[in-house]
Design a protein around this ligand. Structure first.
Ligand code: NAD
Length: 256
């Protein structure tokens, strides 16, 4: 197979969480563009993503689920539904995530628990549910977690997000150690500052926005397309010997 063909995902089935908008939508479209059929999981409808992917001639299945409240059993059921619809699953992109901003001195228990639940607990138990399916299928599997700059840095006014995203980088390594034996790759992408809903508050704050832009060597906010390329790479054969790594897609932010 040529190296270009090895980037393709024809015949693969990818689950992408949080596929209604932003980076998840971009990665779902990227997977489909590379040839995969996609199952989007979100607590809101993913009609825009579905329309774009179907126009590409690929299949798209939507599942509505609240990934803050879901239990490990609920995540196993989601995998069951994907297998029922598509016959198998090959790729999981754990993208859905939230951020809560509050001074650490005031930070509430709810802002701690909600962020930890979706950003790290669900990431672990969904990875576990999908890995069990990969093992059952006796096929290779790819898991791509979405980390953050705050997997490397402390951040300001977002302590639960920093804890969760540092946790995502940690479990990415831990699961790679245990699952490489099954030909499962577990890697993460750490997006820098991307223009999505997640950063709307920051981008509307002229002072913070100016400070951030000044520090990004690329001199611009990132886009969903910037992240989609890395996700397709980590979901395909060309990354078979990359395992447990968190790849920054940050316009050079961490290099400063
Ligand atoms: P976004 O807010 O635009 O999108 C988040 C997605 O998750 C949406 O589709 C939303 O509906 C879904 N979601 C939220 N709560 C949910 C719930 N309870 N159940 C199911 N789905 C839910 O954010 P984004 O910027 O596209 O972020 C995607 C991921 O990238 C997140 O994990 C985020 O932490 C991470 N990230 C974003 C940036 C950035 O600058 N935007 C930087 C680093 C990391």
């Amino acid at each position: 197979m040529s190296i270009i063909d090895a980037f393709r995902l024809d015949g693969k089935v990818a689950i992408v969480t949080g596929a209604s908008t932003g980076l998840g939508m971009g990665m779902a479209i990227g997977m489909a563009d590379a040839g995969a059929d996609v199952c989007g999981i979100d607590y809101v409808a993913m009609d825009e993503t579905e329309a774009i992917i179907k126009k590409m001639g690929r299949k798209f299945h939507q599942i509505k689920a609240d990934l803050i409240k879901i239990t490990p059993e609920g995540l196993n059921e989601l995998v069951g539904e994907v297998v029922k619809v598509f016959g198998h699953v090959d790729i999981l992109v754990n993208n859905a995530g939230i951020i809560r901003r509050e001074d650490a001195i005031e930070f509430s228990e709810k802002n701690w628990d909600d962020v930890m639940a979706i950003n790290v607990k669900t990431v672990f138990f969904f990875s576990q549910a999908v890995a069990r399916q990969f093992v059952k299928q006796e096929s290779k599997g790819k898991i791509v977690n979405i980390a953050s700059m705050l997997s490397f840095q402390g951040g300001i006014r977002v302590p639960s997000y920093t804890a969760a995203k540092s946790g995502v980088k940690g479990i990415t390594m831990a699961l790679a150690n245990e699952w490489a034996q099954y030909d499962i790759n577990v890697n993460a992408i750490a997006p820098g500052y991307m223009a999505t809903n997640n950063t709307a508050q920051l981008r509307n704050d002229e002072k913070r926005s100016g400070e951030i832009l000044e520090r990004i060597p690329a001199g611009r906010w990132g886009t969903p397309e910037d992240v989609a390329g890395a996700a397709v790479f980590l979901a395909g054969q060309n990354s078979d010997y990359i395992n447990g790594y968190t790849l920054a897609v940050d316009g050079g932010w961490l290099a400063r």
